[in-house]
Design a protein around this ligand. Structure first.
Ligand code: AR6
Length: 348
């Protein structure tokens, strides 16, 4: 099951468990710890008092009391001391310990805050990277719905360089799109270009394309070899689901490798697999194109099968193009960037 980044107060989520970024006493504090204790009520504090504290990197579980979630897994993140004090390993251990408790208890859903990234001062982009790394490694072998809940967008940060790179890419593509738009506006429309031929060579067998001044004669078509025409027709007939399964085979992937890499739920994949006419959402279609590491052209082709296109007039599409052209097919990194730019995320 997938990892989802959501902008939400963790105390409002209804999961099997939410994770608390606690301190070693487990007796409450500020930040997310304070919010969880306030929302859960005194029962949580009384149970925590019996736990005898918790070491950094470890985790303990209690009931959820007044929270919508059934359980709280308390873990203690490291305080940031510059990075050379084993902080990363301790933070990784928090995620591993919490996930291992969730697995032991048979939980199906769990939500994490960005542990250590508040009062404990862990740099937010690095804290996010650790969270995503550990959770995705866990999801490789386990089925669970895992959320990372960020309540304040300002808390969430991808690396400055990536943010700047994507921002400039968006600017360039937007500008290029505007340029093309204004260029189009200056040119005669397709209709008027076609009309311009009236009286000169208006043949039934001619087709007028927007970018060509000359009409293209259909009698030039026989130059296309029959075999390739058959191939073209075959691909035109191929549905999204058929193309997906063909590409999985061509890439030598297993179904599970593909849907996990796409951050797609197994049940949804089965639905797509068993229905050749299945029409996925755009984010699902792109997630599969990313998992299959398709080129930009192939991605557009796959999207077309699902009835979608990629354009330069919206941020979401440009961000996808940025990652594909940079050969970065990590769906989680793409989602982090989409999240940072307030866009919908890939996967399901
Ligand atoms: N939902 C989701 N995320 C939240 C929420 C919320 N309701 N509230 C805060 N965050 P912090 P730490 C984010 O300081 O750095 C406590 O006093 C917050 O913006 O809660 O591990 C404990 O008792 C930040 O991104 O935890 C410890 O003494 C992230 O959760 C100490 O703070 C973690 O911030 C632990 O510090």
């Amino acid at each position: 099951m997938p990892l989802k980044l959501i902008k939400e107060d963790i105390t409002k989520l209804s999961c099997d468990a939410i994770v608390n970024a606690a301190n070693q006493t487990l007796l409450g504090g500020g930040g997310v710890d304070g919010a969880i204790h306030r929302a859960a009520g005194k029962g949580l504090l009384f149970e925590c008092m019996k736990l005898g504290g918790c070491r950094t990197g470890e985790a303990k579980v209690t009931k959820g009391y007044g929270l919508p979630s059934r359980f709280v897994i308390h873990t203690v993140g490291p305080k940031w001391r510059g990075g050379a004090d084993g902080e990363e390993e301790k933070l990784r251990s928090c995620y591993r310990s919490a996930l291992s408790i969730a697995k032991e208890r048979g939980f199906e859903s769990i939500a994490f805050p960005l542990i250590s990234s508040g009062a404990y001062g862990y740099p937010k982009d690095q804290a996010l990277k650790v969270a995503v790394d550990e959770i995705t490694a866990f999801l490789d072998d386990n089925d669970m719905l895992v959320y990372i809940a960020v309540c304040d967008k300002a808390d969430y940060r991808i690396s400055e360089k990536l943010f700047d790179d994507i921002s400039s890419f968006i600017d360039v593509k937007y500008t290029a799109e505007r340029f093309v738009e204004s260029d189009r506006a200056d040119r005669p429309s397709e209709k008027s270009v076609c009309a311009g031929f009236q009286g000169k060579m208006p043949r039934k067998s001619s087709v007028c394309f927007e970018d060509t001044a000359e009409p293209v004669r259909l009698n030039s078509v026989p130059q296309i070899k029959k075999a390739s025409l058959d191939d073209i027709l075959k691909t035109i007939d191929e549905s999204f689901s058929e193309m997906l399964l063909r590409k999985i085979d061509e890439k030598g992937m297993t179904d599970a490798e593909c849907y996990k890499k796409a951050n797609i739920d197994r049940k949804l994949f089965s639905k797509i697999r068993s229905d050749r006419t299945y029409r996925p959402s755009k984010t699902t279609a792109i997630a599969f194109a990313i998992a299959l590491e398709l080129s930009l052209e192939e991605t557009k082709d796959m999207l077309m099968k699902a009835g979608f296109a990629l354009s330069h007039s919206n941020k979401f599409d440009i961000i996808i193009e940025y990652f594909i052209t940079n050969g970065n097919y990590n769906v989680f990194e793409i989602n982090e960037a989409l999240f940072a730019f307030d866009q919908v995320l890939l996967g399901a």
